[in-house]
Each structure stands twice: as C-alpha cells, then as structure tokens.
Write a protein that binds this ligand. Structure first.
Ligand SMILES: [Zn+2]
Length: 326
C-alpha cells in the first residue's frame, strides 16, 4: 500500500459543491443541483422518532467534518456515534442485505441511504464530478495494491472509463460517510472488488499512512546461494518469498498482496542485481550528465524514488524498499 497526499484545495472545492452547491464551474457542471445541505433539511422533516431526530441533528451539525474531514476526524465521528447515539447506531448496524424484502433496513437507515448514498454519492458525485475529481487527484496506480494502473478515457461516465472509487468505510454499513472526501479511495477494480463491504479491524487507509510507516515495507526472503549469482534467472530462483515487515497487517490479507506479489520476483531480482552493479558511471557522476540523484535512480531502477510519486508507476514501493541506492 502507498499513501495518498492531497496538495491542493480540492477537498474544500468538493465540500462547496457537494454540500452548498457552489462553484459548479470548478467541476465543469452546467446544471444547477441542490446541495446535500438542502437535501438533508428536506428529508429530516420525515423523521419522527426522537432518537433518530437527535441523530440527524448531530449529522447536520457535523456535516462539514463528515464531508471534508480527514480520516482521523471520521474515526472520531464514528466513535461519537457509537458512544452517544448507541440506539440509532444499533439500528443502522442492523442493516442486512440478505434479509427478506422490507426487513433489510430500519427507517433511519433508509433516510441516511437516500440522502448520502442515492442522492449524494450516486446523483452528485458519481454522475456529475467523479471524472473531474479523479483527474484532479492525478493518481495513476491503485494505492491499495500499487500493482494496477487506474486509467481514464473520455470525460464522463457515458463515454469513457475511470478508476473506481472505493468507500473505505463501506457505504452499506456507514451510509453517512458515503460522500466523505477522504473516505473515497481511487482504486483498481480488483482491490475495490475484494474490499467490497468488508471493513476488518486494523485496516489502514491510504490517507493515514506516512512514509515512515514500516509496517508496509517489503522485504524478500532468500532461500539459497543463488541470490549471489550474476545471472538474473539464478537470482530470481534464489528468492523464496516477497513479504512484508509486518505480515499480518489487515491490508495485505484483504487485497491478497502476499499472493499477488510473488509473480514479481523478477523485478526484485533486477533490483538486487542493480544494488550490486548499479552502473558506476551514474552512481558516482550523475551530476556530469546534468541530472539529479533521483533522476539517476529513475533511469537505473525505472521507477520513482519520492514517496509522493509512488502513485505514478506500478511496483514503485517494492522497488524502493529493496533498493540500496538511497
Ligand atoms: Zn489495486
């Protein structure tokens, strides 16, 4: 897994449009829409139960944090919901997609689903701004696996393809986070499919890890002397397993990373070879070529070395964790 860093004000523009229906030109939207704020006000009138009403009022008061708060703020909101609104949380939690029709969801769940999932996510985000938002984020490789490119064609859902948006807090169980900016993770079809409605304990979001998080660091286990060979094939045969500093981490299990990475032993073999035989001409004198140390790395390792650029090319983190140039 690699982190996502947001460098612009995209989350503020997002909030202004999704909630307040402002700045539609920033999203190339031509028609007027009702923002989420108005939608909640309308739907709240249908709620009669006292606990449910208090809950809706809490959601309204914290709407700004819910829509543009970072992942730690969302965790705090969730904590408050579980502690202070226990009765309502139980009703929301009781959603069961396998239950008979009419018994799948409680009334408060239906209201939240209508506001945040059907209207907020499907009608506003998915239909109107997902393309633009993903283009602005400019993430080229899935942050969950760092294996698959997430590609675009066209400019809207009628004519093109775009990366999927995974709900880190699944929208089926946490409907009020269905439009939360930092809950939407651009991802590949495989990872989004594997994650689906699952939300195991200990799962990390790409928005909450930092470059210092060694839990996601790759390493390899060598099985024999072949690793010292000069032949790439022999080095590859000498690698027993590509693994992680911390194997049990929930993300590695969720996205099958333990299995998926084993087919990339050839890449690790190349990096091991380059560690030993990094062309001296670049190692010692890259400045003579008018390039930086990072550019020399890119030329030799065919990948990026800056943690903020890992999202530009597959296997960037694997390569970086094994290399010994930096
Ligand atoms: Zn992926």
């Amino acid at each position: 897994m690699i982190n996502i860093e947001i460098l612009s004000n995209i989350d503020i523009d997002y909030y202004n449009f999704v909630v307040l229906s402002q700045d539609k030109d920033k999203w190339d939207v031509t028609t007027n829409i009702d923002g989420l704020k108005k939608k909640i006000e309308r739907e709240a009138k249908k709620v009669k139960n006292k606990d449910d009403l208090e809950f809706i009022s809490f959601i309204q008061k914290r709407l700004k944090t819910i829509v543009k708060g970072d992942i730690n703020k969302l965790k705090k909101i969730q904590n408050i919901i579980e502690v202070k609104y226990t009765k309502v949380w139980k009703k929301i939690k009781s959603y069961n997609e396998n239950a008979p029709k009419g018994k799948k969801r409680k009334f408060i769940y239906t209201i939240l689903e209508k506001i945040f999932v059907t209207y907020g996510y499907e009608s506003i985000i998915s239909e109107k701004i997902a393309y633009k938002m993903l283009r602005k984020l400019d993430i080229k490789v899935c942050p969950y696996c760092n294996i698959n490119y997430i590609s675009f064609s066209g400019t809207n859902s009628n004519k093109g393809i775009r990366p999927e948006l995974d709900h880190f807090y699944p929208k089926s169980h946490y409907p009020y986070f269905a439009v939360s900016f930092y809950n939407l993770i651009p991802s590949c079809r495989n990872c989004n499919g594997l994650k689906s409605n699952n939300f195991p304990k200990g799962l990390y979001s790409p928005y909450e890890i930092s470059e210092n998080n060694d839990d996601f660091k790759f390493k390899y286990i060598a099985k024999n002397i072949n690793i010292l060979s000069t032949s790439l094939n022999n080095i590859e045969k000498g690698i027993d397993k590509i693994t992680f500093q911390k194997e049990i981490i929930a993300n590695n299990k969720m996205f099958h990373l333990d299995d998926l990475y084993q087919v990339h032993k050839d890449v690790v073999a190349e990096v091991i070879w380059k560690n030993r035989n990094f062309p001296n001409v670049l190692r010692d004198s890259y400045k003579n070529f008018g390039i930086s140390k990072r550019e020399a790395y890119r030329i030799v390792f065919c990948n990026y070395s800056d943690v903020n650029e890992f999202n530009k090319r597959p296997l960037s983190k694997l390569t970086y964790d094994i290399q010994k140039y930096f």
